[in-house]
Design a protein around this ligand. Sequence first.
Ligand SMILES: [Zn+2]
Length: 380
Amino acid sequence: MAPHLVLAGARVVLPTGVVDDGRVVVEGTKIAATATEDADVLDVTGHWLVPGFVDIHNHGGGGASFSGTAQDVLTAVRTHREHGTTTLVASTVTDEMDLLVRQAGLLSELAEQGDIAGIHFEGPFISPCRKGAHSEELLRDPDPSEVRKLIDAARGTAKMVTLAAELPGGVDSVRLLAEHGVIAAIGHTDADYEQTVEAIGAGATVATHLFNAMPALGHRAPGPIAALLEDERVTVELINDGTHLHPAALELAFHHAGPGRVAFITDAMDAAGSGDGRYLLGPLEVEVREGVARLVHGGSIAGSTLTLDRAFKRAVTIDRLPVQDAVTALSANPARLLGLADRIGSLEPGKDADLVLLDADFDLKGVMRRGEWVVAPQLA
Ligand SMILES: [Zn+2]
């Protein structure tokens, strides 16, 4: 039997609270309740230990995208793992249907191998009024038979489809997704309040990057934001990079939904973990300057260059969220949405040994996935 590894002395963030001078025991790929006497002990005093981050909306990183080859996908996965994301759902962008079907086949193989946790289709079933960085000429109405084509192509690995439910076929598509156990996410939408309420009633459970690519909150026209925030069944995605959302908007959403209904996402594109320059987002050209990605034509924000370790640090240092609430939004909530809460999302015995080690300033110092160091800590 492999010797146990004990990570000792850290402030450990558990579902029940923060334990000072806590310890986490790793046995093989799992977290164990107790250690054997001959266990290796690694002193991580002065550090935080939190569960590995779970990203349900991510298009790429490290110069590679989830619309690319298998090698590209692995490069992007590796890049985000090095920033603490131990579970990741690969997001596609709007493209020709036959290309999306082909990409779904490729991604489904990588999901079956465990490299990614599944597929999120963002587009083509979205509103031309709120297209963001999606090709307008390739958008289409969410006809349930077309939606069905994509989930079939993903062979059981489709986790989420973002759609504009106010379009013809939208509500029926939400119903179809819910029946197939695929998350129907409302986003890139021009829906009003009532249309959004109807979509939630039909089974939509996620708001795709709340606030971004949807009508603003108005006092006479509260729009999708109010409907998505008020319903207990909905989890709202937030891109916490300081560019997509004003800190006050983030705080409003976080306090209204409560920590149990927020999922921090990256919505990252290729430049995450890479650098400034020219990139492609699906078929569209993107220029990244000082870490902000914008379409070359039109200037729309085109995804982020965020990694979840930075989202976490922002949440606890700039947004001043309690560490435990930030962990819930980065790990436990997305794990629950993916139906993986029995395996990941918290530091509890029996779960996968997926964890992130941070120093007192919340800078990343180590990443372990399934008991193996992705980033081995260099402790003084
Ligand atoms: Zn996206």
